[in-house]
Design a protein around this ligand. Structure first.
Ligand code: ADP
Ligand code: ZN
Length: 726
């Protein structure tokens, strides 16, 4: 078929590839394609799903021009979402195609779900009545459409009974529309009676959600103050305005209790979105979010890229949590991008935390965010009394890691039939194994990290690349037998020590190594909440968002652990993590205690925790950042150069450095070996690019990268805007 080339309509299509701009495609005659439409297009030898973009397609040689294969019968990606994709790409220096790819991650959802075949009672009666037939008829008497198996099951009859009746015309076949993945939430369902503080806060966030304009509110309330109850009121207000809502949570897969609470308040569960949802379910959620059938999503950071049709509120719970940062392909912080999304969509964003990030605190102090304080726990529950256990004065017994002070407190807790939690953010048995004869240390062959002993699995494991080997009996270096020593504790080793002291107690170890994955973890968390454990030894998995009614003692095994790495953010992070962990205790009115085992009780983080004076701590940290021009008072990006050999990585990093244009506002530091210099066989160097608050870091980085030689061979350059550690 011949066609006049300039009559062919050419449109831009964003394809899920590292493409810097949309590709041009021809629209077949008669096809209607709106911007945002999801299309199937040929790409090299394959076909992919892409998004019709705005404007005209760039002119392209007629013989290279290929036509769209199909316009999916699927809601379009809304305009504010398209602007969001462009914004994120621009900010993170990622190809927009790769950001669009994050939106298009549910391929089966682009075709409408086929209706289910159903059966409905007709006026015909069966030729002969049997007990089973009577039961089926009684069930179907409601006049609803039933599935064949659903009806058989409900009636306690076999499917052949149902089939027999259908054959006789007692049932007619009808189409049942796809079932919603969740029922519709009702904003007026289980309204809680709020305390005075809570209701003042709630009416503020309600007003904002109802106004339906961009704003950012920071709910800064101690653990257990009822932040969730408060932001639920904002959710209700958005629902009343017929807007969709997104609630981001850092560990949604493990916070099943959250779904229950939501159900209690709104009479239906939110749709869940995270990597543990089965593919088919994900596709249905995606589709129904796009269609507007799903009104509320509770999800992990990737939920930010769902194609909401009429999003009107984002809540970011535990907004300080490092889990919001993605450091893979597109490096982005979901908290920051939520604010951007709210701005582009002109709707309010609510951030909640007991220990806000310094960024959010400063934004509040400078008036960009409204800060709402909830200073007290709900129902007179007192915050746990925190004490530092000076490990120099009360050292553990030989070979142990628990101070007698902590063991004594645990004994009293167990006697009272309450629960104790020992927190140590280290998986496995021991973080380092060495040979006592020759000093050999077991290191990962692919990474610059020690192999961690996992005694239950009898393996040495690398926590960075997953490398593992059978736990050896002899030293590979000197051959000495039985002289391998485990150095330092992991949770498994602490559990062993607990067993020695409390052989009668029911002890649970919780870490991501637990066999049985997320399902098993959920069950264990439920068991703990129901009092089926006396002592819990866990990593940060137990720190987040759980309510354990019987927990009255939290012991932090090594409170200094996060402070050692020299990162300017270390103090902030440690303060946040330890506040959150100790905040698990005493949420239901019982008097509770947190014990911090430390070698530096005078450290400002320990002082802040023990005194409960977070304000002074924040002021100090903020002043320190301001003095050194670090975020949020300056801007920062990291360039990570990796390669198969150290020499290649280093030489490209130096070349980048050499290409850095000189400006007064921006300084390039490094290159230096990255904090983890070798990961999964790749050597890494890092440059830090530090600018003033007004500096256009992105423009500068683009110039720098363009001026530098193109990476060759195994060399890769990754840009990390607003890196987690600096
Ligand atoms: P936060 O998110 O601030 O840590 P939560 O919202 O989880 O606090 O509340 C802590 C506990 O107190 C929860 O079990 C919650 O159900 C309960 N709670 C808080 N406020 C109320 C209220 N107004 N009425 C009933 N229960 C409440
Ligand atoms: Zn490794």
């Amino acid at each position: 078929m011949k066609r006049d080339s300039y009559q062919t309509r050419v449109i831009p299509v964003m394809v899920p590839m590292p493409a810097e701009r949309p590709y041009s495609y021809a629209v077949p005659d008669g096809a209607r394609v709106e911007p945002g439409a999801i299309l199937r297009v040929p790409l090299g030898p394959r076909e992919v799903a892409g998004v019709a973009w705005d404007g005209d397609g760039e002119p392209i040689e007629a013989k290279k021009l290929r036509a769209i294969s199909e316009v999916f019968d699927c809601p379009a990606v809304p305009a504010d979402m398209r602007r969001f994709i462009e914004w994120v790409a621009d900010y993170t220096l990622s190809p927009p195609g790769m950001v669009a790819r994050m939106v298009l991650r549910a391929p089966g959802a682009f075709d409408p779900e086929p209706p289910i075949e159903g059966l409905r009672l007709t006026a015909n009666r069966p030729d002969r009545a049997t007990a089973a037939r009577e039961r089926v008829l009684a069930c179907a008497a409601d006049g609803q459409a039933w599935t064949r198996s659903g009806l058989a099951h409900a009636a306690g009859a076999s499917m052949s009974v149902v089939d027999g009746l259908t054959a006789q015309g007692v049932f007619e076949k009808v189409e049942i529309p796809p079932r919603p993945v969740v029922a519709a939430p009702d904003p007026g369902f289980g309204r809680a009676a709020l305390t005075a503080d809570q209701s003042a806060a709630a009416s503020r966030v309600r007003e904002k959600a109802a106004a339906g304009q961009f704003s950012v509110t920071l709910i800064d309330g101690v653990t257990g103050s009822g932040k969730t109850e408060v932001y639920f009121e904002a959710v209700a207000a958005a629902l009343e305005k017929s807007r969709q809502v997104l609630i981001l949570l850092p560990e949604i897969a493990l916070t099943q209790a959250f779904l229950e609470r939501f159900h209690d308040r709104f009479g239906a569960k939110p749709a869940e979105w995270h990597s543990d949802i089965a593919p088919r379910k994900r596709e249905r959620v995606w589709r129904q979010v796009a269609e507007g059938q799903v009104r509320v999503v509770a999800g992990a950071r990737s939920a930010l890229f769902l194609p909401f049709r009429e999003l009107g509120l984002i809540v970011v719970d535990e907004e300080h949590d490092p889990a919001y940062k993605q450091e893979d392909r597109v490096f982005y912080n979901a908290r920051d991008m939520s604010v951007v999304r709210g701005h582009l969509g002109n709707f309010p964003v609510v951030l909640a935390s007991a220990t806000p990030s310094l960024e959010s605190r400063v934004n509040a102090d400078q008036g960009r965010y409204e800060r709402i304080l909830l200073p007290a726990r709900f129902a007179d529950a007192a915050l746990p009394e925190l004490r530092a256990v000076d490990m120099r004065k009360a050292p553990p017994a030989r070979g142990g890691f628990l101070s007698p002070v902590l063991i004594e407190a645990m004994a009293r807790t167990v006697e009272r039939k309450e629960q104790a939690l020992l927190f140590l953010n280290r998986r496995g048995y021991a973080p380092l194994t060495l040979c006592r004869v020759c000093g050999h240390r077991f290191q990962c062959p692919n990474c610059s990290s020690w192999l961690v002993e996992h005694r239950f699995r009898r393996q040495l494991v690398c926590h960075h690349c997953g490398y593992h080997e059978q736990q050896p009996e002899a030293c590979p270096e000197c051959g000495a037998l039985d002289h391998l020593a485990a150095c330092g504790p992991g949770v498994e080793r602490i559990a062993e020590e607990v067993d020695r002291h409390f052989p009668e107690a029911r002890t649970i170890v919780l870490s991501s190594d637990l066999m049985g994955g997320v399902k098993r973890l959920r069950l264990e968390l439920e068991a703990i909440a129901e009092g089926e454990a006396d002592i819990v030894v866990g990593t940060q998995l137990v720190a987040k968002g759980h309510n354990f009614p019987l927990m009255t003692l939290v012991g932090v095994v090594d409170a200094d652990l996060g402070l050692a790495n020299g990162d300017p953010r270390a103090a902030e992070r440690t303060f946040q993590l330890l506040s959150q962990v100790t905040g698990r205790a005493g949420r239901f009115g019982k008097k509770s205690t947190g014990l911090l085992q430390t070698y530096q009780p005078e450290h400002p983080v320990m002082q802040a925790l023990v005194s409960g004076d977070a304000e002074t701590f924040y002021e100090r940290e903020i002043a320190e950042r301001e003095r050194s021009g670090l975020p949020p008072f300056g801007r920062l990006a990291a360039l990570i150069v990796s390669a198969a050999t150290r020499a290649e990585a280093e030489s490209h990093a130096r070349a980048l450095r050499g290409s850095a244009p000189a400006t007064g506002e921006i300084e390039v530091l490094g290159p230096a070996e990255a904090p983890l210099a070798l990961v999964a066989g790749r050597h890494r160097f890092r440059l830090l690019v530090q600018g003033t608050r007004r500096a256009d870091l992105q423009a500068y980085l683009r110039r720098l990268i363009a001026a530098a030689p193109r990476p060759r061979g195994s060399v890769r350059v990754q840009v990390d805007i607003d890196p987690q550690s600096f």
